[in-house]
Structure formats: C-alpha cells, structure tokens
Design a protein. Structure first.
Ligand code: TYD
Ligand code: MG
Length: 453
C-alpha cells in the first residue's frame, strides 16, 4: 500500500507546504501549519462530477448581455446586500462569529421564500432544533426541506431528488468528501467540498449559500481560499450583548460592496431595521458630557450614531486607551492631534471611547464627533443633544470635507437636530437657505473648542 501523502496547510490563509514551517511565508502568521492527509482514495464515488460538456471560445462581440437572472429573497435587507437578489448559479459565503445569528438569518430567508423549493442542509443541528427555531420565528414555507447530512456525496444525491431552487449549507466546516482522507473542517476538506459546490452551482445555475465560521481574529476560519472561490462574501457582525447586527458585503461579483443590511435580534427572530437612526434616538434623555452625535453614512444610508468618551486621570502609571466600535489606532491619532493642535492635556489621562449600540463604524466622518466627545469629557461640559457632527480630522488639525454631505445634513434635519458642524471645505455647493438646521463650518480642531463651549 502506498504511504499516505501528507501536506502541511496554514490554517490561516490556506498556504501549502511539504514540510512544517513555524512562520507562514504567505500571511506571516506563526504556528499555523498543520499536517493533513491528502491522499485521494482510488474509487471516487462521492463528490460532484460536472456533466460532460464541451466548452468553446466565443468572440467577445458575440456574447449577448442578458440581464442576470436574480431570485427575490423577499427580504429587503438581504436583497440589498446581495445587490438586488440572489444571482442564479452564484455561490455566497456568509461569515460570522458563533452565536451571532447566521443560522437564524438563513432559516428566516428560507422560510420567507414561500413558493420556492429550498434545501437547508445542516451539519450542526438536529432536525428538531431547526423545527423549534422555525416555530419561534413563526414562519412556515411548505417547500422547505431540512437535511441532516455532512457527507457531500449524499448531499448531491438528495439534491438530485429534491431539485431545490436554493441550497443553504450550514456550515461549510462540517462537510466532508470521501475523495480526501483528512478530517472535516480541515483546509483541504473545506477547499474540496466548496469546490464541488461551486462547480455544482455553476453548471446547474442553482444558487448556493454557505455559512462559514470566523476565527477569533475575525477572519473566515479555513481560509482565504474560500473567499477566492465564491462570488459573494458577506460578513454578519455585531456585539453579541447588543441586539443590533450588520450584514456587510465584503466581496460581490454582482453588486456593490458598499451596501449593508441592518437587523435587530429579537425573541421572534431577526427584525429588519429600515431606519437605522432609531438605534440611537430612542436612548437620549438628559445632556451629559462626553457624548457627541456623528452623522455617518454606512453603505448607502445616512445614519446617526452616538459616540461616547470618558477622559479621566490615569489611575496607573501608563494611561489606558480603549475603544469599542472604533479603530484604536485612529483614536490614538485623533488624541495626538487634539493634544498637539489644540493644547488639551490628555496624554496623562485614561481615555475610553464607545460607539453606542455595539456597532462598528468605518466612515471617516465620525472623526469630528469622536474629537468633540473627548473634548466634552475632558472639559466636563455637555454638548447639547440637538447638535451633530460630520467631518474627518487630518494630522495638522484641519477639519476635512467628507462625501455626500447633503444627505447627512438632510438626515440630521429630518431627525430634529438643530446644528450640524461640518468642514469649511464642504460648505460651498450646499443650499443653506432651504434648511432649517444651522450648518456650522469649522476649519481647525482649535476652533471647535471655541464654537462648542
Ligand atoms: P444562531 O443563528 O444559532 O447563531 P449562529 O448560527 O451564527 O451560530 O443564533 C443564536 C443566537 O440567536 C442565540 O444566542 C439565540 C438568539 N436568538 C434570538 O434571540 N431570537 C430568536 O428568535 C432566535 C431564533 C435566536
Ligand atoms: Mg449556526
């Protein structure tokens, strides 16, 4: 008998090596190499074999552009993130931490698509567990099949029988194929089973949604290779202790990656949040120091978020800096700008920053609100709760213009704000007369102090 062939895979990026390595030359991570048996068994009974088809080259001008065939998932947020529905034959990967609500989201989508035949394959939960969850969601799609199976050959056999219009795999890490000997969840198994599903989706035009777990570091477990194989990568994220969840598009071959969907986890499942600013506005009462509202744009939607800062004398020698929902390095940069350009003494103070609602915000327009909340806490003076901010802060303390300022101002006005601080560079082109809200241009961080307090 031939010696089983083994290969070492980086569990972080999927890089392959014939010997063990301490540091991955591809992604630079340490101690990520693991040995996997990859010898293929001689009789390939499992897996998916593409039907024999002859491919031929076609001249580019002869290719007709028909509108891609999209399936409406009956969920406005999910459709939006996908760029207008599921594309036939596409393969979508949804990543997220355990317990964030991936299974709930897809079961909800499956049960909502009444009239479509759906196969929900689960390797993680029993049929009873799924049924219990479906009852909790209060939804019922008579054409939704649940399959408890992890072996890919069996799954393809059932697909042939059921003939579904959409397949959900929960999760890709539980699948295995008998063409490989390594265990389920290993890099080679993930790559092989995902490859089978991808060939299946492309040749039958049935869309497949894969659920994937995320490692502690926040990247998709098992690997970057998976991200290259699929058409769309969605990330489901949020703080587990809060109800709000964001579905972000990280990669999309059929749409923009700037779209996102917002949900709230409730006892009866995930509720779609169509007006994101409600996350913030329900919780405002008295005026306290250290709070500032930012008019941000997430995806294509304007959204007002609350930033909270606490500046206090350092209890230990080295001041602590901590931030939730905002990049810590960016916060340190803003603090340095504040110290150097406006003379506020914060280098010996602890600074804590928090974005309310457990959301992570990428929009640079939140900078000015972060600076204002830190100033407000350092001075212990409240900023009125009818004030909001939208501008980026540069290294020399200049207040920089941000994109789509009109929609930010409109959203702030709609929500009853009376003042909005923006960059002086953003002012031209805005029709100020037609607005009830007072638009205040700021040039430098230093000026903000005088304008606020
Ligand atoms: P789940 O979909 O199992 O997460 P994942 O598949 O990403 O691991 O969701 C688990 C959490 O969602 C669990 O902590 C309970 C919560 N939940 C609700 O709050 N309401 C509900 O209606 C459901 C079905 C789940
Ligand atoms: Mg799950």
């Amino acid at each position: 008998m031939a010696k089983p062939q083994t290969v070492y895979f980086c569990q972080n990026c999927g890089n392959q090596s014939s010997k063990w390595l301490g540091k991955c030359p591809a992604c630079g991570e340490w101690n990520t190499y693991q040995e996997e048996v990859i010898s293929k068994s001689s009789d390939r009974k499992g897996g998916y074999q593409r039907p024999e088809r002859s491919s031929r080259p076609v001249l580019i001008q002869d290719i007709s552009l028909e509108k891609e065939n999209r399936i409406d998932t009956r969920s406005a947020e999910f459709n939006r993130v996908l760029g207008g529905g599921l594309v036939a034959g596409s393969i979508v990967l949804i990543g997220g931490e355990p317990g964030i609500g991936k299974s709930t989201l897809l079961l909800q989508v499956a049960l909502n698509m009444e009239g479509h035949r759906i196969l929900y394959v689960t390797g993680e939960e029993s049929r009873q567990q799924i049924k219990m969850r479906a009852d909790r969601l209060g939804l019922n799609n008579p054409d939704c099949y649940i399959l408890n199976e992890t072996f890919s050959g069996e799954i393809f056999r059932h697909i042939d029988e059921v003939k579904p219009e959409l397949i959900v795999i929960d999760s890709i890490q539980t699948l295995h194929t008998d063409t490989l000997e390594s265990s389920a969840g290993s890099i080679s198994q993930i790559r092989e089973t995902a490859g089978e599903l991808q060939r299946f989706a492309k040749s039958t035009l049935i869309p497949v949604v894969l659920i994937g777990h995320i490692t502690k570091e926040g990247s998709l477990a098992g690997p970057k290779v998976l991200e290259h194989m699929v058409d769309t990568v969605l990330q489901f994220e949020g703080d587990r202790h809060y109800g709000f969840r964001i579905l972000r598009s990280v990669k999309n071959r059929f749409g923009s990656t700037s779209e996102l969907g917002i949900y709230e986890m409730q006892s009866g499942g995930l509720r779609e949040v169509s007006n994101p600013s409600e996350i913030l506005l329900s919780q405002r009462d008295e005026e306290v120091s250290g709070v500032a509202i930012a008019a941000t744009i997430e995806g294509q939607r304007p959204m007002l978020v609350e930033t909270q800062a606490l500046v206090s004398p350092a209890a230990y020698g080295t001041p602590q800096r901590s931030s939730t929902g905002f990049d810590l390095r960016r916060m340190n940069m803003l603090l340095a700008v504040l110290e150097k350009r406006s003379g506020v003494r914060i280098s010996a103070k602890d600074v804590f920053l928090n974005i309310a609602g457990g959301l992570r915000v990428d929009d640079p327009a939140i900078d000015l609100a972060v600076v204002a909340s830190v100033l407000s806490s350092a001075e212990d003076a409240a900023i009125g709760n009818n004030v909001c901010f939208a501008a980026e802060v540069g290294l020399s303390g200049e207040i920089r213009a941000v994109s789509r300022i009109e929609s930010r101002i409109l959203e702030a006005e709609k929500l009853g704000f009376e003042k909005i601080f923006i960059s002086g560079f953003n002012r031209k082109g805005i029709d100020l007369k037609s607005k009830k809200i007072e638009v205040i241009p700021v040039g430098k961080v230093r000026d903000l102090m005088n304008l606020l307090f």
